[in-house]
Design a binder for this molecule. Structure first.
Ligand code: PMP
Length: 397
């Protein structure tokens, strides 16, 4: 017997498990969690925004008034009053959505896995933006797709670049608002064009939108699902507007797909915790988010501006970066010869961290890109951290 030293257990993992790779970001986060490091690496929301007292009161109320229901098993598709609340909030935005089109999931990350399970056969072509959300690339990868990249620019995904790669494609995964990782936003004209293009090609369009409510000037752009509810699969999340620790997200999709996803979810985890769904419903039902979300926007907007100011002050010419209108991320493009992984090594020695951009590309990675998050770092530390990066980059120009 040959000994496989990479597997000290000597048990045979499935081919699928053997192919799994650790997320580059999670590995980096392990290094950067030491308090002395100024970390622009995390994708975590700022804990300063978590409404701990409001959540505590809601847990108390739910357990006091409906403890036995909250602690029981629940339906796979979710807690009906919360599904109704989500459907109603979409209707306010102009989309006619019924609660049967809403599936509650254990964080929208679970939706990515379920969508992969239900829509992707091994070898199928899956279209993603370049770059795209790493967690989606990981979730879909388990189902063995062949990724094809759709081009993007400062206005987001370029719809005319879909057709050349669309043959045999099973879905298109898009991030229209304050994209992770680039912070870019898809223009309104392109939203219409994208919806029309996908409808014409018969291509399911996934609209992943955890950051849409975090527009710094307060006006979220129209949702694509409202433009064509029969052709768009919308993914929403309470992680960035409430707290990520409750693991609560949702899918809004045509009913036949919701039923398929529900079967897949039943096999995965039976249902998302009743208790957290009831607590979140208790929190949101009387409009708490309408006062809470503006406080998050204000904080992130100020910190984003602090980072943009610092970038303008300390980064040498020849470096480019995005100017987000909302969300949590700025994307930096260095001159081609500078490798972001090598830069990160040097930065960590000076106690500053970020995420190199290459893992966000499904194909043809650009090694001279990186992602900066400004949400968990106060403005003075942002300025210092960016000044360190500016110096390290200038030394490599
Ligand atoms: N989609 C995107 C684009 C994200 O950035 C994230 C979180 N980083 C998720 C989905 C998953 O979020 P959650 O599971 O917390 O809802």
């Amino acid at each position: 017997m040959t000994i496989d030293h990479s597997n000290p257990l000597q048990w045979r993992f499935s081919d699928r498990a053997t192919a799994l790779q650790s997320s580059a970001i999670r590995e980096i986060l392990k290094i950067t969690q030491q308090p002395e490091i100024i970390s622009f690496a995390g994708g975590l929301p700022s804990p300063a925004t978590f409404p701990v007292d409001v959540m505590k009161a809601a847990f108390d109320k739910v357990l006091t008034t409906s403890g036995h229901t909250a602690l029981q098993y629940g339906p796979t598709d979710g807690y009906m009053p919360l599904r109704q609340w989500i459907a109603d909030s979409f209707s306010k935005d102009g989309a006619k959505i019924v609660p049967e089109q809403v599936l509650m999931v254990s964080g929208s990350q679970q939706a990515l896995d379920l969508l992969g399970k239900v829509l992707i056969n091994e070898g199928d072509r899956v279209l993603v933006e370049t770059p795209s959300y790493l967690g989606a690339l990981q979730a879909f990868s388990v189902y063995g797709p062949k990724f094809a990249s759709v081009q993007t620019d400062d206005d987001g995904l370029i719809p005319s670049s879909i057709a050349p790669v669309a043959e045999g494609a099973r879905l298109l995964y898009s991030l229209p608002n304050f994209q992770n990782p680039t912070g870019r936003t898809l223009s309104i004209a392109r939203r219409h064009e994208l919806v029309e293009t996908c409808a014409r090609l018969g291509l399911p369009l996934i609209e992943d939108d955890p950051y849409g409510a975090l527009s710094y000037n307060g006006d979220p752009l129209p949702k694509m699902v409202a433009m064509n509810p029969d052709g768009v699969i919308y993914m929403g999340s309470f992680s960035k507007v409430l707290t990520p620790g409750i693991r609560l997200g949702y899918v809004v999709a045509p009913q036949p797909l919701v039923r398929r996803l529900e079967l897949a979810k039943q096999a995965a985890d039976l249902h998302t915790a009743q208790l957290t769904q009831m607590v979140v419903h208790e929190v949101v039902k009387d409009g708490f988010l309408d006062q809470h979300i503006p406080t998050i926007r204000d904080l992130y907007g100020k910190q984003c501006q602090a980072m943009l100011d610092a970038l303008a002050e300390f980064f040498p010419s020849g470096v480019k970066w995005t100017r987000p209108q909302g969300g949590m991320f700025i994307w930096v493009t260095l001159p081609q010869h500078i490798n972001a992984v090598e830069l990160l090594d040097a930065a960590i020695k000076e106690k500053v961290a970020f995420v190199p951009g290459a893992p966000f590309y499904a194909t043809d990675p650009l090694t001279n890109t990186l992602r900066l998050s400004f949400v968990t770092v106060p403005p003075e530390r942002i300025r210092h951290g960016v000044s360190v990066l500016g110096r390290l980059i200038s030394a490599r120009m």
